[in-house]
Design a protein around this ligand. Structure first.
Ligand code: FAD
Length: 401
């Protein structure tokens, strides 16, 4: 069967569509989920090839706008906002669907080093989905579950990366047009390797002689902009403690943000662009200070793209629970290029994975992602200044025209 294993987004559409259950998603040597076909069960019907969103382009059936209505927003509920990665919009949307008797699908921690899609039907469990987990998620057979739930007439809010939303549509086919289905995609920088995260956890467990129980990838104890990664550990005698490091100090965040441990397909993402694949896109409004300084309190502001009329209607129904400021997609893009294009792959990614078993993460960072030299820092500073001037001019142009 011709399903792309090398440039595979791990969306698992093939595994979900296979009526013979001949495909399972298994971690490859680098720690990314890949389809593995059981030749005994495969009847070569070709359904997996036809469903693959990397073989054939998938579109939002509700027709997404190339220039979507865009807002900066955050949840009025301060506790929700502080527990969320950005402005907490996801939780507000999820609770709305639950109030209507629907279910919410998103990514939860399923084991100390594993993350995957689950279905929740009550508000307490939305906490499991809250917060970004910067590790590739195991989709499992969740698209099939969504198909069954839609058949029973329940509302479903599905959330995930753009490639996962595309995978869902590919499996649903005509059912994707159901008025009961709402989709949310996150602005995605890329999907990091499960193996790299496992290595990180093993290293801190070794350093601290304790077991990691859970991880918060976007802890706001030092603010939203300088977020921290916090792990909760427990010793054999049952003592619990936390270690927390900012994104600049933490070795896992450093390799993630340098694009050296992302899935290969992330460098050529077919769905992280305009028009967006989902009804609503959520991301961080990083340059909020530049365009809407009155909102910038460093507690988390989301950029919300309302890509379809269907998404807009859901958003309108929760507006009372949000602080909202009208914006423009061009403004959000100026501070968040992942809205429109893929992250560039690190030039030493192959070397990094070749040597992953040989060296510690700190050694790998020294070898492949060293801090820039003085000359390079100066170059970046001047480039940053020129970029800021360019953005100011762009801002002026957007406002004046
Ligand atoms: C791998 C990844 C990379 C990202 N990169 C960027 C970026 O470059 N720029 C940017 O602006 N925003 C990025 N985001 C999105 C951002 O971090 C927030 O998730 C988003 O703004 C929603 O925030 P919130 O406060 O509304 O809700 P939150 O409660 O913080 O977000 C929860 C949502 O994230 C989903 N989610 C969590 N982990 C995963 C996962 N591993 N795979 C798929 N879905 C997941 C949940 O299903 C839920 O929908 C990324 C998210 C992920 C998961």
């Amino acid at each position: 069967m011709n399903i792309p294993v090398l440039n595979c987004s791990s969306c698992a559409a093939c595994a979900n569509i296979c009526s013979c259950s001949a495909i399972s998603m298994q971690l490859n040597a680098d720690g990314f989920y890949r389809p593995v076909i059981d030749a005994e069960k495969c009847v070569e019907c070709g359904a997996c090839e036809r469903a693959c969103p990397w073989n054939k382009s998938v579109e939002n059936p509700n027709v997404a706008d190339v220039s979507p209505k865009t807002v900066a927003a955050y949840a009025k509920d301060e506790a929700v906002r502080l527990q969320s990665s950005s402005g907490g919009i996801f939780t507000v949307l999820a609770e709305r669907i639950l109030d209507d008797g629907g279910v919410v699908v998103g990514v939860a921690q399923t084991a100390p080093t594993r993350f995957g899609h689950i279905v929740v039907d009550n508000k307490a469990d939305v906490a499991k989905l809250r917060g970004s987990k910067y590790v590739q998620a195991d989709v499992g057979l969740v698209y099939r579950e969504v198909r069954s739930l839609l058949k029973t007439g329940r509302k479903v809010l599905f959330s995930g990366t753009p490639c996962q939303v595309a995978g869902l549509y590919a499996v649903l086919g005509n059912a994707a047009t159901s008025a009961d289905l709402f989709t949310v995609d996150v602005v995605c920088h890329g999907s990091p390797s499960v193996k790299v995260f496992e290595k990180y956890v093993a290293e801190i467990e070794n350093d601290k002689s304790a077991l990691v129980k859970s991880t918060r990838f976007r802890d706001k104890r030092n603010g939203w902009k300088l977020y921290s990664m916090t792990s909760s550990l427990s010793t054999i005698s049952g003592d619990c403690f936390q270690i927390s490091e900012t994104l600049r100090e933490n070795r896992f965040m450093r390799v993630f943000l340098q694009n050296i441990c992302l899935n290969t397909s992330c460098a050529d993402c077919h769905y992280g662009k305009l028009p967006r694949i989902a009804d609503i896109t959520l991301g961080d409004y990083w340059n909020i200070a530049q365009f809407h300084p009155e909102m910038d309190d460093d507690k988390g502001i989301s950029v919300v793209l309302l890509n379809t009329a269907h998404g807009l209607s859901l958003f309108k129904s929760v507006e009372g629970k949000l602080s909202v400021c009208a914006s423009k997609v061009e403004k959000a893009i100026a501070g968040n290029l992942c809205i429109v294009r893929s992250s560039q792959q690190h030039p030493k990614r192959t070397m990094f994975f070749t040597n992953l078993n040989k060296y510690t993460l700190n050694q790998l960072i020294t070898m492949y992602c060293p801090p820039p030299s003085f000359a390079k820092r100066m170059y970046y500073r001047v480039r940053g200044m020129l970029g800021r001037i360019k953005r100011k001019l762009l801002n002026w142009f957007i406002i004046e025209c």
